[in-house]
Design a protein around this ligand. Sequence first.
Ligand code: BDR
Ligand code: CA
Length: 311
Amino acid sequence: PRKIIIDTDPGQDDAVAILLALASPEALDVLGITAVAGNVPLPLTEKNARIICELAGRPDMRVFAGCDAPLKRKLVTAEHVHGKTGLDGPQLPTPTMALQPQHGVDFMIETLRSYPPGTVTLCPLGPLTNIATALTRAPDVIDRVQEIVLMGGAYFEVGNITPAAEFNIYVDPEAAEIVFKSGIPITVLPLDVTHKALTSAARVQAFRDMGTEPGRMVAEWTDFFERYDKEKYGSEGAPLHDPCVIAWLLQPGLFTGRKINVEIETTSELTLGMTVADWWGVTNRPANAFFIGDMDATGFFKLLTDRIARL
Ligand code: BDR
Ligand code: CA
């Protein structure tokens, strides 16, 4: 199985992504989960990560708290989407598994140094603060990362937190710039794609019909999460952004994309955090990311329901 570290700010869609990964041990070996401030502040994201591990029957999973604020900016959160807890919807249990004492960034660095180069993949599902901090603090690990597969940015769909920017990149654009300039192979799952991973009444019912605790929680999370997108965009359901990262690792055939140049806007007030993606190759700037452009949503939900049903 491929070794991964999930870096996350749960978030209902982060929760589904983590469940999908933990339900797929034959393909993915989750070495640890690092929490970052994003959708809600760090004390909630690390707690939420532990709730999710316990829900997956994995209280042995190691969860670390990472950075509690972006590199240079004040934290922007998204309670308007995810609710006060970050995981609003069902009644939440209190986790009993302990948070690891080590800082998430130190865990990331130590892990990358302890495995052979090119064997550990980083999966960021939130702002890129932890990842950028690791790469800056320990530049020797840059060459050791197999790949970074992240949810963030947009091209045609442009923004969801400002007209120009996607939330994860907007919250810490300086961190995103460090990551995109690092030279590490990067795969990007942008809003253009994740807005196709939409729940529907039938898709949510399939989770509920599992008759399991994870199935019920996923149904209630997606029901809650859906409310925002229905009101805001008039869309049929909720976009399961972050699970697309894990689905790409499990079944890349569900997606298509292009190797292109992506630059991050860090100065303009108006377009801060924009991913300037050269989809049509109109510049000579070298390609630095595999940018996903399309996905098979039916296949994605089949994978998701098959795997969540295992839990
Ligand atoms: C991203 O922002 C968060 O609200 C979601 O969890 C996802 O990672 C989508 O823009
Ligand atoms: Ca997220």
